[in-house]
Design a protein around this ligand. Sequence first.
Ligand code: ADP
Ligand code: TYD
Length: 203
Amino acid sequence: MFLTLEGIDGSGKSSQAKLLAASLRERGHSVVLTREPGGSPGAEEIRKLLVEGDPNRWSPETEILLFYAARRDHVERTILPALERGDIVVSDRFADSTRVYQGAVRSDLRETVDAIHEHMIGFEPDRTFIIDMDPEAALSRGLARKSGEDRFEDFGLDFQHRLRDGFKSLAKSAPERCLLIDGNRPLDEISPKILSLTLEMLE
Ligand code: ADP
Ligand code: TYD
C-alpha cells in the first residue's frame, strides 16, 4: 500500500507521516517512510537545488522537470522496490505537490504535469491525506524551524493561500483517493484519525 501526505508548507505532514509510520510498525507492519523532493540518494541531491535559494531561480517549467527527475529516481530506487517487497510506503509529499505548486499556483501547467506523470510514473497513491489548515499559522510554524529550506515559504503568505485552495480543489476532483484532514488541531488529535482511516483500508 502506498500512502501520501500532502498540504501547504508547515501544515504538519512530516510529523504526521512519522507518527503514522511508527503506529503501523507497532502493529507489525513493515513500513518505508520517505519524502519528496528526495527519498533516494540522487533525489536528495536534486532536492537541494529546489528548496534552497532565490524563489525565482527556476521557472515553473524547469521546476516541473527537476521535481520529476527527482520523483522518477525516488520511484525507481525506493518506492517500487518497497512495494514489491510488500512494505507499506508512507511518503511526505508526492505528485499532488507538483500538480498544485507548479501546475496550479506558480503557473497554469496542470496538463503538462499530468502528461509527464503519465509517461514517467504512471500510477497514483492508494490514499492521500491532505492536511488542510490556516496558512498564516502554517507559515509561521514553517519559518520558525529555520531549516534553510525556505525557498517556497519565501513566495509569501498569498502564495500559501492559493496553495490551500489548490489542494482543496484537488481533493474535490479525486474524492476516491484524497481525504482532507483538519490540521488546525493538536498533533495527537490528528494522528488517530489518519491511523484509523489507514487501518480501515488495510482491513
Ligand atoms: P510540514 O512537514 O507540513 O512542513 P511539520 O510536521 O514539519 O510540517 O511541522 C512544522 C512545525 O509545526 C514543526 O515544528 C512541528 O513540530 C509543528 N507542528 C506540526 N503539527 C502540529 C500541530 N498539529 N500543532 C502544533 N504544532 C505542530
Ligand atoms: P518539504 O520539505 O515537504 O517542505 P515543508 O516541510 O515546508 O512542507 O518540501 C519542500 C518544498 O518543495 C515545499 O515548499 C513544497 C515544494 N514542492 C513543490 O513545489 N513541488 C513538488 O512536487 C514537491 C514534491 C515539493
